[in-house]
Write a protein that binds this ligand. Structure first.
Ligand code: NAI
Ligand code: MG
Length: 348
């Protein structure tokens, strides 16, 4: 039989990014041994703050054509105490997402078995959401500036940009996500958004639509998690809501994200939601589950659903057995969790 082979560009980046991506690569390699329907060919890139400090650039100049030669990008995190966050963010992460038109950022959240939500009475199954974040414009469009810097009358502006095209394409994407979910539900908000979304909604009559303002949404996420399913929001709002979602599901250390180009003209990028976590870098404390879940999302996108589901089953078995890092209340190290997940994969 013919095997599919996928080229994966791996960019560990900074801090715990390097620890969780190497754990993720190990687990993915184990999956290719277990499921012989596909191969993964990894190319590692040392694009991160160390490179920036040496060369003045996070990436080589032809980084986009390099990345376009891959089927998917497996990304750790970027950011370091030695460089301001806006430079690292625009130098690497956004420098990839924006030109590769990864306009849909998808963030599934649920409570894994064996782990606990900080919400009393909220168990596995009570919280099962997908947050869809507009990933190309809105509050992170990069428009604005500063005048009279340092003076009392200094002015700073940050512009939010919303285009009809941008809203329409993310709405279409979010509806198609909601349509595939068991509850077929979509919760969202805003003015031109509302207008465009009502238009798009006509094409998805089986999806139940519900409008919410973002402040009310935070309350609903805490008080009535069962009433939510697919959540579509602007770039900034979805970023905030998804941090809350990750905390409610137990830890930022389990939360995955996919930066998708739904047209599939460009490779999509998969990364844990968390950052470089310099407070725990090098200590073996980083929870690799966010990266494993991210790897599972990547396999789904590549069409390897059996391996993707197998990976999550292995992760859930390891959590159920109580082999967890400190952020989830356990005592295991990054390496111990990784080893346990690989063992479960081999026993699937
Ligand atoms: P962070 O996510 O790195 O850390 C927040 C807290 O969560 C810390 O206490 C950290 O120890 C903990 N944490 C994060 N991931 C964990 C894991 N896998 N296991 C266990 N504990 C974990 O966010 P922070 O501190 O705001 O940012 C640190 C740096 O990362 C900054 O430079 C920031 O710009 C960057 N960053 C990069 C992102 C990206 O590349 N997509 C996303 C978020 C932040
Ligand atoms: Mg964030």
């Amino acid at each position: 039989t013919l095997k599919s082979a996928y080229k994966i560009a791996s960019i560990p980046g900074d801090g715990i990014g390097t620890e969780v991506i190497s754990a993720g690569v190990e687990v993915l390699k184990a999956l290719t041994k277990k499921f012989d329907s596909f191969e993964l060919e990894f190319t590692d890139f040392d694009w991160g703050t160390e490179r920036y400090l040496k060369t003045g650039r996070y990436t080589p100049e032809d980084y986009l054509s390099i990345l376009k030669g891959s089927d998917a990008i497996f990304f750790g995190s970027v950011g370091s105490p030695s460089v301001p966050d806006h430079i690292s963010l625009w130098g690497l992460r956004l420098a990839i997402c924006q030109p590769l038109q990864q306009y849909a950022n998808v963030r599934p959240t649920r409570i894994l078995p064996g782990t606990k939500s900080p919400l009393a009475n909220c168990k596995t199954g009570d919280l099962d959401w997908v947050i869809v974040r507009e990933n190309s414009e809105g509050e992170y469009a990069g428009q604005g500036g500063r005048t009279h810097i340092g003076c009392d009358h200094e002015v700073a502006t940050e512009l939010s940009i919303f285009t009809r095209t941008g809203v329409r394409r993310i709405a279409q994407f979010a509806f198609s996500v909601a349509q595939k979910r068991p509850r077929k539900m979509l919760n969202l908000w805003m003015v031109m958004w509302d207008e465009v979304i009502l238009e798009v909604a006509k094409g998805f009559p089986d999806v139940k639509l519900d409008h919410m303002l973002v402040d009310a949404m935070t309350v609903r996420m805490v008080l009535d998690p069962r009433s939510l399913d697919t959540i579509l929001a602007t770039n900034l709002h979805a970023d905030i809501l998804s941090d809350l979602a990750a905390a409610l599901a137990g830890s930022i250390g389990i939360a995955p994200t996919a930066n998708l180009d739904p047209t599939r003209k460009n490779p999509s990028m998969f990364e844990p939601i968390h950052g470089s976590a310099f407070d725990i870098t090098g200590l073996g404390l980083a929870n690799p589950i966010a990266t494993f879940w991210t790897a599972s999302e990547m396999l789904h996108w590549l069409g390897e659903s059996e391996a993707a589901l197998g990976l999550m089953a292995a992760v859930e078995n390891v959590c159920t057995a109580g082999i967890m890092t400190r952020d989830l209340g356990g005592k295991a190290s990054t390496a111990e969790v990784t080893e346990a997940v690989i063992k479960e994969i081999m026993n699937l």
